[in-house]
Design a protein around this ligand. Structure first.
Ligand code: NAD
Length: 487
């Protein structure tokens, strides 16, 4: 069956999703489709009262459903049914995502939708695997460490991979026995709403997952400062992460995990397999038009192989097929908004003003929507805006080195440390540098996370605090209690 569709025929879920039903929103933020810049919907804004209602509903649902006290395998089974439904409804989910986000339909059903279902299954399996630990004590007491869910947790997600971001947050929170209030990005809320609806249809008690829509200032702030949201899991920019920390500190104390921005280097040594390397680098910056937190946006290449690497990268950048996200032949994404494409262009211009040479791109693509050409900038110094700023767009910079120390010094970013790539056939060097790179993820001779949900993801430095995915994400959704019993 053809994947292409007419975006005007897709009906978006309306309102917030609270207590298992859609609740109308009052005000709305106008939304435009990134692929053709057409206004197509409004995103309501939940105020503090509505956030409060969602939290009360979540607390009640947790109490009345026994979600955290029933046999844990019941959570596992319900979550597997939910993942089944996500797969069965893959086409609907993919279409909702393709209309409002930057993700091409050709990459959604086998990609983002399948990954989201897998994430739910991955975390579902933790629910009944955890036991309490007995610990030795200095006397006759029985010492024990038990863990329990937090209660109602909060999550806030960005717009770049809306579906899998929902999976990152909902999966561990639910498996660990919590209820959740989640705010998706005001630019891409629809697939998250539908995932929550599918949870209820799969038998997950209504009210355990509540989706409130809105912006950061009104809805996000009300969530992070809410006294009954016991923990916050945030994914987004470092600037917003910092504001969230301040708001949490101002209104009380609660644990939080922050998955923030990045400006990830890819170091290429002369002995690397250059075909594999060029493919990995090109994919990392072309996927979602560079709107990925781990986009490998800074290429740091040994001088002697700069030329052949550039030739391969230019060929890859020229081979894109831009087009609307609802056209199955498109493989190159638009940028999310007019504001964001303007910001990308401004940084590229500033870099050129500071002496950068533009080897490709550096301009808007001549078509409807917010499309920016894949851009390759050389002759950039360490202070160039294109090297320092997280661009979150299809822009690669090229810097050269002559020895390992210089490569490491260039790779080290003053504030970010999310991911890094290393390309070399020398295993000792790969291990030596992996140990020294200041990044939460290091890829050697590849640059993608694929579907390895067991590997936690998160940043060093100001790229974040705590991890998503892996066992750590499950554990971050439970708190531990130390128990001593006199016997
Ligand atoms: P953003 O920070 O502007 O917004 C992210 C979310 O936070 C949105 O839902 C937004 O409404 C909300 N928000 C904004 N200000 C807030 C506040 N003061 N209080 C509460 N909520 C607030 O980010 P974005 O533009 O949507 O996404 C791009 C950013 O996300 C990039 O910096 C990217 O690197 C980062 N990101 C990081 C990861 C990771 O795993 N580290 C993954 C994806 C995206």
């Amino acid at each position: 069956m053809p994947l292409s569709f007419d975006p005007d025929t897709i009906r978006m879920p309306k309102g917030h999703f609270i207590g298992g039903r859609y609740v109308d929103g009052k005000d709305g933020l106008p939304m435009r489709r990134p692929s053709d810049a057409l206004a197509f919907a409004n995103c309501p804004i939940a105020d503090a009262d509505l956030v409060d209602e969602a939290v009360s509903v979540a607390k009640r649902a947790l109490r009345e459903s026994g979600w955290s006290t029933r046999r844990p395998r019941e959570r596992t089974n319900a979550m597997h049914r939910w993942a089944d439904l996500i797969e069965a409804e893959g086409e609907t989910l993919a279409r909702l995502e393709a209309v409002s986000s930057t993700r091409p339909i050709s990459q959604l059903i086998q990609g983002d939708v399948a990954v989201t279902a897998e994430q739910i299954r991955f975390f579902a399996e933790f629910a009944d695997k955890e036991g309490s630990d007995l610990v030795p004590t200095g006397d006759d007491s029985l010492g024990m460490i038990m863990t329990e869910p937090y209660g109602v947790v909060g999550a806030i997600t960005p717009w770049n991979f809306p579906l899998s971001m929902a999976g990152w947050k909902l999966g561990p929170a639910l498996a660990a026995g919590n209820a959740i209030v989640l705010k998706p990005s005001e630019m891409t809320p629809f697939s998250t709403l539908y995932v929550a609806e599918l949870a209820v249809r799969a038998g997950i008690p209504a009210g355990l997952i509540n989706i409130v829509l809105g912006d950061g200032q009104t809805t996000g702030n009300a969530m992070t400062g809410h006294p009954d949201i016991a923990k916050i899991s945030f994914t987004g920019s470092t600037a917003a992460g910092s504001t969230i920390m301040a708001n949490i500190a101002r209104t009380g104390v609660k644990p939080m995990t922050l998955e923030l921005g990045g400006k990830s280097p890819q170091i290429v040594f002369a002995d690397a397999d250059l075909t594999l390397t060029a493919n990995a680098i090109a994919n990392s910056i072309l996927i979602n038009a560079g709107q990925a937190c781990v986009a490998g946006s800074r290429v740091i290449v040994e001088e002697s192989v700069m030329e052949p690497l550039v030739t391969s990268l230019l060929a890859r950048m020229a081979a894109i097929t831009p087009g609307p996200t609802w056209d199955e032949t498109s493989d190159y994404s638009p940028v999310i908004s007019e504001r964001q494409i303007g910001r990308i262009d401004a940084i590229v211009r500033a870099a050129r003003g500071a002496g950068a040479e533009c080897l490709a791109g550096g301009k808007y693509l001549d078509r409807k929507g917010y499309f920016y050409a894949p851009t390759l900038l050389s002759n950039v110094g360490p202070d160039s805006p294109a090297v320092v700023e997280e661009i979150f767009g299809p822009v690669l910079t090229l810097q050269t080195f002559t020895d390992e120390e210089e490569a490491l010094a260039l790779a080290d970013h003053p504030i970010y440390g999310l991911a890094a790539g290393l390309f070399t056939r020398d295993l000792s060097r790969a291990i030596r540098l992996t140990r020294r790179l200041q990044a939460g993820t290091v890829w050697v001779n590849r640059y993608s996370r694929s579907r390895d949900h067991i590997l936690p993801t998160g940043g060093y430095k100001q790229s974040g605090i705590g991890k998503d995915l892996g066992c750590e994400a499950y554990q971050a959704n439970r708190k531990s209690k130390s128990v001593l019993i006199n016997i």
